[in-house]
Ligand binder design. Structure first.
Ligand code: ASP
Ligand code: SER
Ligand code: ZN
Length: 612
């Protein structure tokens, strides 16, 4: 393990906190005899072995389930999830008997990682645990199968899935058509509401048995600092980027107001949520044509270029793989190509939301994604392969360390590479033609900002909502209203039609239905620029950060790979230091990347009343 004196000290402080928290666990199986360090070592060895076995069965069941949704695969999914939860719950309680021991740092870290391993802990009562596992499968499947159906004027029933509705959101510029798709997708969620409330109760009970206050407290304990300190950290980062978001919002609102009219988009009010090119208004790059600056270079149309090339899903994936290989990383194993899901099957239900998998914690890595041939999915493919290469880099580590330095690191790797997908790079790999690529300037930056800066408040608020739900500060009777309060406060958007508590709009977002923590994406958006800045400096890039590409650079590749190999073997500040020389997350990189745009936005916004 990679450690220094300061690490050990910092780790010791953190572990003391963890152990105090563990004291509150009501241990049922405290051994009478005083255990030794050797006992703890043996216990951990056994536990890791069994954990790896149960995890890889659970992952296989989940993969089959999500790529072939039926009642039976839901059953298997919840069955193996339930076995895993039972084992982890039992092991964490048994581990309490080692709490008085002065363990070596690596072993102590394993005990900590075990306790925070699950995103969904269950109560020890078998019936409650089974109920929780079933609800979790139900929520994910319901989301995956979700369709908006209506009967047309001709009396025919027409159903559309998320892919089809998202296409409307991305391409339509018709206010009412957009509204129909926006409202339509949200009809899938009300049936989840009651089950969601029950899941909150049961998962909280599970978290309490492990010594956490509630599930949100567990989620916030995964960052090598106290949950309170972590919450402050996210606030600090958000404050750094908030002014940039406000100015982007102000400019975009003004352009939308020109297009749709000031009656529909008033200049001093939040923006109606269905006009931003995305089902959840989380990234806005699809409305780039509506807001493109007239005076600058034209951003190339990458989607058109991909279509012109006639690329197929696997070929798009190859492009992303080639980027990792250009950095000196290995090609993907054959099984990746044979076992992944690249295309939406025609004859069965699947969960299309993109994800990356390691099935055996060795070589059996895969993705599951219903690939579209467009710029957005080219970027998402880099994102997913970022997870896959992380899995491959740390596959030699003990299973409890086979995870990101923290989860924001895991989400940032592929995005980091995608930042180097510049017009020049696309020309080099013959996607774009020379005539289409000028110097990337304001237009390029604006398009990037619509993807990255627009996402920041969304990335933050999702768990703001869930933390409050898990804490009980938000009650089921105010699920929807509180959701929209946060959406308005952070993002400056409003629902285009009035909503009520018979709606359940949070459930229409994948990560809420599927119990995936979300702050990781907020952190990743900030970290990827911090990584990019460090690597561009290391390879001697001169000039603006947004023109830098690490493509083909083995020095950058080596440095990145070294960090990936660390997995979670030590506290994340060490991994960050390895790559960037810094030990804190820092939003100044994203700010300096967008600095020329920010200046320009402020000029455009002169005379406007920004804010909402
Ligand atoms: N790209 C997707 C998203 O981030 C899935 C993933 O995290 O891999 O939700
Ligand atoms: N992939 C995540 C999502 O779809 C974050 O970008 O929400
Ligand atoms: Zn991801």
């Amino acid at each position: 393990m990679h450690t220094t004196k300061t690490t050990l000290r910092r780790q010791a402080g953190w572990l003391a906190t963890v152990l105090i928290a563990a004291l509150s666990i009501s241990a049922t199986s405290q051994a009478a005899a005083k255990p030794t360090i050797a006992d703890a070592q043996r216990f951990m060895q056994r536990t890791e072995k069994e954990l790896e076995r149960l995890l890889s069965i659970r992952e296989r069941a989940a993969f089959v389930n999500m790529t072939y949704l039926t009642e039976d695969t839901d059953f298997f999914d919840s069955h193996f999830q339930q076995e895993l939860m039972a084992f982890v719950g039992k092991s964490v309680k048994e581990a309490v008997r080692f709490r008085g021991l002065k363990l070596p740092a690596t072993l102590a870290r394993k005990f900590h990682m075990l306790r925070i391993n699950l995103d969904l802990p269950a109560p020890s009562d078998a019936a409650l645990r089974a109920e929780l596992a079933q609800i979790a499968s139900y929520l994910t499947s319901t989301y995956g199968k979700g369709k908006y159906c209506k009967t047309g004027a001709d009396g025919r029933r027409n159903c559309r899935n998320l892919g089809q509705l998202s296409k409307v959101m991305a391409t339509s510029r018709n206010f009412d058509e957009l509204l129909d798709a926006w409202r339509g997708w949200r009809t899938i969620a009300p049936p989840m509401r009651k089950k969601f409330a029950r899941y909150v109760t049961l998962a909280n009970a599970g978290a309490k048995e492990l010594g956490f206050k509630n599930l949100g407290d567990l989620w916030r304990s995964k960052y090598d600092m106290s949950p309170e300190a972590f919450e402050k950290e996210t606030e600090r980062l958000w404050k750094q980027v908030k002014p940039l978001y406000r100015d982007l919002h102000c400019y975009v609102r003004a352009q939308l107001s020109k297009h749709y009219g000031a009656d529909k988009v008033p200049l001093d009010k939040p923006i109606p949520a269905h006009l931003l090119g995305n089902m959840w208004s989380q990234t806005w790059e699809n409305i780039y044509p509506l807001v493109a600056p007239k005076t600058s270079e034209r951003a190339p149309n990458v989607t058109a270029a991909l279509l012109r090339k006639g690329l197929k899903p696997k070929q798009m994936t190859k492009i992303a793989e080639n980027f990792f290989v250009s950095l000196g990383m290995p090609t993907l194993p054959k099984t990746f190509w044979n076992r992944s899901l690249f295309t939406k099957p025609r004859d069965r239900e699947v969960v299309c939301h993109a994800s990356a998998w390691t099935l055996d914690f060795k070589n059996d890595v895969r993705i599951k994604m219903c690939i579209k041939i467009d710029e957005e999915d080219l970027s998402t493919l880099h994102h997913e392969l970022g997870h896959v290469y992380y899995y491959l880099a740390y596959r030699g580590l003990p299973v409890l360390f086979q995870t990101g330095a923290h989860d924001g690191f895991h989400e940032a790797v592929g995005d980091l590479l995608a930042l180097s997908v510049t017009p020049d790079y696309l020309k080099a790999i013959e996607i774009l033609q020379t005539s289409e690529t000028g110097k990337p300037g304001l237009s390029f930056l604006l398009k990037m900002a619509l993807e990255k800066v627009a996402f920041l408040p969304f990335g933050k608020l999702i768990d703001q909502w869930r933390w409050h739900v898990f804490e009980g500060r938000i009650k089921p009777r105010e699920y929807n209203a509180s959701w929209w309060r946060l959406r308005t406060t952070y993002q400056g958007i409003v629902p285009p039609v009035s909503r009520s508590e018979s709606d359940f709009d949070p459930g229409a977002k994948y990560h809420i239905a599927a119990n995936v923590p979300y702050t990781r994406y907020f952190l990743a958006t900030i970290l990827q620029f911090q990584f990019h800045r460090a690597l561009c400096k290391a390879i001697g890039h001169k000039g603006p950060l947004h023109a830098c590409s690490i493509y083909g650079n083995k020095i950058a590749g080596k440095r990145l790979w070294k960090m990936l190999q660390l997995g979670a073997s030590g506290p994340w500040p060490e991994a960050l230091h390895e790559l960037t020389g810094q030990r804190r997350m820092d939003a100044t990189a994203i700010l300096s990347y967008f600095a020329p745009l920010h200046k320009w936005l402020k000029e455009q916004n002169k005379g406007q009343r920004c804010g909402w």
